[in-house]
Design a protein around this ligand. Sequence first.
Ligand SMILES: Cc1ncc(COP(=O)(O)O)c(C=O)c1O
Length: 160
Amino acid sequence: MLSYGPAEGLPQFREAVAQWMRATRRLDCTPEAVFATDSAASAMAVVARACLKPGDEVLIQDPVDFLFHHTLERAGAKPVRIGYGPATTAEEFISAMEERVTPRTRMLWLCSPHNPLGVVYPRKWLQSVAEWAIKKRLRILSDEIWSDIVYPSHHHVSTA
Ligand SMILES: Cc1ncc(COP(=O)(O)O)c(C=O)c1O
């Protein structure tokens, strides 16, 4: 256990995560779809490196955890901030994204439950926004690191 392991994670770990995703998120997740990192920050850096070239643009919520713009800038990509608040509807958010999307836009990075605002997006909000992104052929990074700390009557829905 203490020597180098497979870069993508130990098979038992990947199977355990896949099982957890299937049980708690009702996602059709296989161990092959799991890639282990040592933190969410590392995972974001890995995704940025794998999916983005210098100059690519990425839509992010504003405000959002500093790691979003920090990671993108470190990868040479351009974070494009889409302002919103707890009451912003999906339609308003999509229309703000429509105004900022360009031929260089490659991804949408979402955070739900949201840091710092604490917003837990309902299924309909996420679905409308995700469907818009898919239509624009944008990949989505969904940061759900706070999804196990959700107060009733809220309910976490995975963007996936
Ligand atoms: C939304 C969000 N993403 C990522 C991170 C970073 O998580 P980690 O400490 O696992 O790198 C944090 C930490 O507070 C966070 O709030």
